[in-house]
Design a protein around this ligand. Structure first.
Ligand code: NAP
Ligand code: HSE
Length: 428
């Protein structure tokens, strides 16, 4: 056995405590697998006195995570505090400058600063690893970076926020309103400290941008993502989409097109019978399509103490074994600038609208769609007690700018009440 790999862990919340438990419980297993012991030498959190349900007295304590990151008895700085800036970023930078390898679960920090941090780590000859930052316990970073390294990636997509999938599933299965399902998720402790990160799609978009960088060898550009959350999804849309054979999912999609890199995080319809359509509750799923391998579906727990700590330990074990892969699969300085695609690739769309129930109303809608070059595939009008008729339309493939022109023209018909709902149907 060679020298132990010495960890300094900043952040002892859900994930940090989980990592401490694995290091303590699986010491022998880890040492056998890695060929050297893995030890914790120092820890940091906000409150030293909090009971965290694990024995911490044998580790050195630092109030300041930056001081922890610089300790000479730390080989790997494990950042599990969270937050895109502040102490997480300062301590990560300090660790790299002090010649430490870094493991983090912090998708927000990497989505905003991953490019600069990866460049700094590589310039210092260190590795910066982040398996736990995307889809929790699913080893998707390793799969994409290593297992699929021989493939050109056609598309990577997934449901990567467990909170949103839980809310949408409960609305569907239990008939809860969005507000009721949100309150239930809150009660179960699923929500981020700032829940807009979850339901606004931001958390999942952070994850998508990291996958896109690996898949396409492009610079991490979070602001290039087309982003929409689930706040406007109603029980009615979930029911109507179900009638047409679809489920609504907060779906992230990244694909390189002739028009540039497309990165979208938005509620989409997917076939109810597809793996993504059948994904229920807080579980995550990532689908990767490679030119040689075809389609790979990875499914598993996207959050929580055990699954996320398991992913952190995957990175720690790689470092212990001497496996040193560039943060995004290719050297950070070789990542390319990809122009963002100006509009999403054409797709079929689900449209729901309320129409005045009078002669010629449907014809006026069909005319507006037709003038925008949009062809109707299927249509359904529902029984209605009031004067307005709920109408569903599924279009053939249409370009989003054409659809936007049609949506802008619909109020001018005088027969469309309120604002129509338009959701993309993803070909999965
Ligand atoms: P958490 O439970 O809120 O724990 C955060 C920890 O950081 C706490 O121990 C806190 O100390 C400590 N901390 C905060 N500010 C600090 C500071 N200035 N100095 C020292 N320590 C500080 O968070 P978490 O759920 O474990 O998440 C940690 C990271 O993993 C985040 O980046 C998160 O996005 C990511 N992640 C989490 C999950 C999950 O399922 N929870 C899944 C994937 C990724 P106190 O305990 O003393 O307050
Ligand atoms: N809030 C995140 C989720 C935690 O619901 O998936 C894991 O990143």
């Amino acid at each position: 056995m060679t020298d132990p790999l010495r960890l300094g862990i900043a952040g002892l919340g859900t994930v940090g405590t989980g990592v401490v438990k694995i290091v303590q419980r699986q010491a022998d297993l880890l040492a056998r697998r890695c060929g050297r012991p893995i030890e914790i030498t120092a820890i940091s959190a906000r409150s030293r006195d909090k009971d965290r349900g694990v024995t911490l007295s044998r580790y050195a304590w630092e109030d300041d995570p930056v001081a922890l990151a610089r300790r000479p008895d730390v080989d790997v700085f494990v950042e599990l505090m969270g937050g895109s800036d502040g102490p997480a970023k300062a301590a990560t930078e300090a660790a790299i400058a002090a010649g430490k390898d870094v493991v983090t679960a912090n998708k927000a920090m990497l989505a905003l600063h991953g490019q600069a941090l990866a460049e700094a780590a590589e310039a210092a000859g260190r590795v910066l690893r982040f398996e736990a930052a995307v889809a929790g316990g699913i080893p998707v970073i390793k799969a994409l970076t290593e297992g699929l390294a021989g493939n050109a990636i056609d598309r990577v997509m997934g449901v990567m926020n467990g909170t949103c999938n839980y809310i949408l599933t409960r609305m569907d299965n239990a008939g809860l309103t969005y507000e009721q399902a949100f309150a239930e998720a809150d009660g179960l402790g699923y929500l981020e400290a700032d829940p807009t990160l979850d339901v606004g799609g931001i958390d999942a978009a952070h994850k998508l941008t990291l996958l896109a960088a690996i898949a396409y060898g492009t610079k991490v550009k979070f602001d290039a993502i087309e982003l929409e959350g689930i706040g406007a999804i109603t029980i009615e849309d979930i029911r109507r989409a179900g009638d047409m054979g679809y489920k609504i999912k907060l779906l992230g999609v990244a694909q390189m097109t002739g028009r540039g890199l497309e990165q979208r995080m938005s509620p989409c319809l997917v076939p109810a019978t597809s793996p993504l359509g059948q994904l229920e509750g807080g579980t995550n799923m990532v689908v990767v399509e490679g030119d040689s391998v075809g389609q790979i579906v990875l499914r598993g727990p996207g959050a929580g103490e055990g699954p996320t700590a398991s992913a952190v330990m995957s990175d720690v074990c790689d470092i212990a074994r001497g496996i040193r892969v560039a943060t995004f699969g290719v050297p950070a300085t070789a990542l390319e600038d990809a122009p963002p695609a100006s509009a999403a690739s054409p797709a079929c769309y689900y449209l729901r609208m309320e129409l005045a129930d009078k002669p010629g109303a449907l014809a006026k809608v069909a005319t507006v769609l037709g003038e925008a070059g949009i062809s109707i595939d299927r249509m359904r009008q529902y029984d209605h007690p009031g004067e307005n008729a709920p109408v569903l339309i599924v279009t053939h493939k249409a370009a989003r700018p054409d659809l936007d022109r049609a949506l802008a023209a619909l109020p001018g018909t005088g027969v469309v009440m309120g604002t129509p709902v338009a959701l993309r149907i993803e070909d999965v």
